[in-house]
Design a protein around this ligand. Structure first.
Ligand SMILES: C[S@@+](CC[C@H](N)C(=O)[O-])C[C@H]1O[C@@H](n2cnc3c(N)ncnc32)[C@H](O)[C@@H]1O
Length: 273
């Protein structure tokens, strides 16, 4: 595993006094890897945005459609899932390997709870790894021995950034960070993003304001972006149809209704020419 540094705290450093973004998300998805402080924050989120549990399920559905598209039509056999989160019922490697069993997946997360629970994923064989690293350091992530052991960077890779870039403030230059990944990945690689957005109506602003204020006390703060701000992550990529849309409108599958509201997170997929 990655050498443990101040940015990669050891699992013993788990802070149970502060709501944690990975564990709040786990709770909203119906998981058990969370503490009282996370459940309290989740309840406040539900007050601010009663649809939020549906939205996180829709986000997982979006990831599923994206991964099936990439492993299917896109022919991708290697995925790097940045901010992969706590293991859920259907993880990216399970989604991808259902299409192409030889697919290799590396999960990257900077959270010690995610890292320790993610070890269980290693039981799934030699095609899956869980790396404890910070996505804000592309050179560290892409130079990590476990990434290099599984991922051939001379061949196309899918970089999945689901519901994570909105935890990176502008002051950390997330667009520059994604551009660095882009430049280091082979032509034919893909970038997939889901991301919170500012909304347009007074109601949207009230919900976003309420949700943002809950995350103010959490392990990472929420920084939703405008449509243009999310689109800018795809600079240098060709957008795959239908472009950047609401996640529920990205290649919806018949007979699978949205769990949350129609307009929640933005989602899109781009291909590096
Ligand atoms: C809301 S969860 C999303 C999980 C999963 N990607 C999904 O969409 O279902 C966000 C995850 O990003 C991780 N995360 C936040 N900031 C990160 C960073 N700078 N580097 C790596 N992981 C990060 C959190 O620990 C958490 O597990």
């Amino acid at each position: 595993m990655v050498p443990l540094t101040t940015r990669n705290p050891v699992p013993g450093d788990i802070d149970t006094t502060r709501p944690n973004v990975a564990r709040i998300y786990d709770y909203l998805l119906g998981g058990k890897d969370n503490f009282a402080v996370d459940r309290e924050a989740a309840k406040l989120l539900l007050e601010a945005s009663p649809d939020i549990a549906g939205i996180v399920r829709d986000n997982r559905s979006f990831i599923g459609r994206v991964v099936r598209y990439l492993a299917g039509e896109g022919g991708i056999r290697q995925f790097i899932d940045l901010g992969g989160g706590l293991p859920t019922q259907t993880n990216v490697h399970e989604m991808a390997q259902a299409v192409a069993p030889e697919t290799r997946v590396v999960y990257v997360d900077n959270d010690p709870v995610v890292w320790s629970h993610g070890q269980a994923l290693l039981a799934h064989g030699e095609q899956v790894a869980m790396v404890h690293a910070d996505l804000r350091e592309p050179a560290v992530v892409l130079g990590h021995p476990e990434v290099l052991g599984l991922i051939d960077l001379t061949r196309p890779v899918a970089l999945v950034c689901a519901s994570v870039l909105h935890f990176v403030p502008d002051s950390d230059e997330p667009h520059r960070i994604i551009a660095e990944y882009r430049d280091r990945l082979a032509p034919g690689s893909y970038l997939a993003i889901s991301h919170g957005t500012t909304g347009t109506t007074d109601d949207d602003h009230q919900v976003v304001g309420g949700v943002t204020s809950v995350y103010r006390q959490a392990s990472a703060q929420l920084h939703v972006r405008s449509v243009a701000g999310v689109q800018r992550f795809f600079d240098g990529f060709e957008m795959i149809e239908p472009g950047l849309t609401w996640i529920n409108e990205w290649r919806p599958e018949p007979g699978v209704p949205a769990a949350g509201q129609p307009k929640s997170l933005l989602g899109g997929v781009g291909r590096k020419p």
